[in-house]
Design a protein around this ligand. Structure first.
Ligand code: SF4
Length: 214
């Protein structure tokens, strides 16, 4: 009788130990899963931050991503084409993003590029983006470029100028004195700009003044 009781208690202890081992294994598995998921989420957050994207935007396309391929817009009607580096949705609008990793300055040509994307998105997606983003430099500084009427009018003036040159009008050079001063062919160039006398504004500065405020 005593032996039977001892065997029963021993069996019970074995069962408890076996159950405990299973529970411990399950707990370890759960902790490992949580750690893996957390690491994936952290990586995704770092990638989004590196691209200059905020948490409140959902990504639609990214250059280099297989699952979110780029959208290539070609408009015969407007005579424009473009492929934004990324597209995100913010507040119900499709927002284009242009990445310039080697530049820290907002340049007119970058703004013009974004404005073209915004025109194309309006035509192909049916909704006018209120703004786009430039992501500049290694630190991914994000600049919001408003899609204003003033800027679109400036873009139109550039497009009109290009179209008139394509039709045979003479192209006007707009050299910048600072660039010309470092140019290796300046001695042989008839378009070079000389530094403006002190107090006088250069032709490039006058042209810049005609552009919309960035
Ligand atoms: S010198 Fe002539 S080629 Fe060189 S940057 Fe100026 S305009 Fe251009």
């Amino acid at each position: 009788m005593r032996d039977a009781a001892a065997n029963y208690i021993l069996g019970l202890i074995h069962e408890i130990v076996a159950v405990d081992s299973t529970l411990i294994l399950l707990a370890v598995l759960v902790v490992m899963c949580v750690m893996v998921l957390d690491s994936i989420a952290s990586h995704a957050r770092r990638v989004r931050e590196a691209a200059g994207l905020s948490r409140r935007s959902s990504t639609i396309s990214v250059d280099g991503a297989r699952s979110l391929p780029l959208r290539n817009y070609v408009s015969d009607m407007q005579g424009l084409a473009g492929r934004p580096d990324a597209l995100v949705i913010e507040n119900g609008y499709l927002i284009p993003i242009e990445r310039k990793p080697t530049s820290n300055k907002v340049r007119d040509r970058y703004v013009a590029q974004l404005l073209v994307y915004m025109r194309l998105i309006e035509e192909f997606e049916g909704k006018k983006p209120p703004y786009g983003y430039l992501i500049l430099g290694a630190n991914c500084r994000r600049i919001k470029i408003e899609n204003s009427e003033e800027r679109q009018a400036w873009l139109q003036s550039l497009i009109d100028e290009m179209n008139s040159i394509l039709k045979g009008a003479a192209a006007k050079a707009s050299p910048h004195p600072r660039k010309c001063s470092k140019c290796p062919v300046k001695e042989h160039c008839s378009f070079k700009a000389l530094p403006a006398p002190r107090g006088a504004s250069s032709s490039a500065a006058k042209r810049k003044a005609a552009l919309p405020v960035l």
